[in-house]
Write a protein that binds this ligand. Sequence first.
Ligand code: FES
Length: 120
Amino acid sequence: MLAATEREARRRPDGSFHVERFQGAATDRGEAMGFDVVLHRQGRSVRVEPGQAIIEALEEAGVTVPSSCREGICGTCETDVLAGVPDHRDTLLSDAERAANTCMFVCVSRSLTERLVLDL
Ligand code: FES
């Protein structure tokens, strides 16, 4: 029912409809492709392995990003994107925000490009 409502809401002005979920959207984290996340302010990069969340790879590298739900529904881990194309898997961004690719939620989203530059 939520999916049908969201489809119908796409005909309305962007931002006029909001869904609050209490469980993240189903995601497939078993992708075969890993990628590099460049931490722009720190001047280094972190490898994200297939099936690994960006936030997990960051934590293994000693980088803490505030988080809460870790399902892409609360917005706590929002991170600015400087370059690259995120694979948005959250349930927060509008279609226009997804297309802009200026921020992402690193607990669930991944990368469509081999390299993603974040404002970290
Ligand atoms: S921790 Fe809630 S959206 Fe990432």
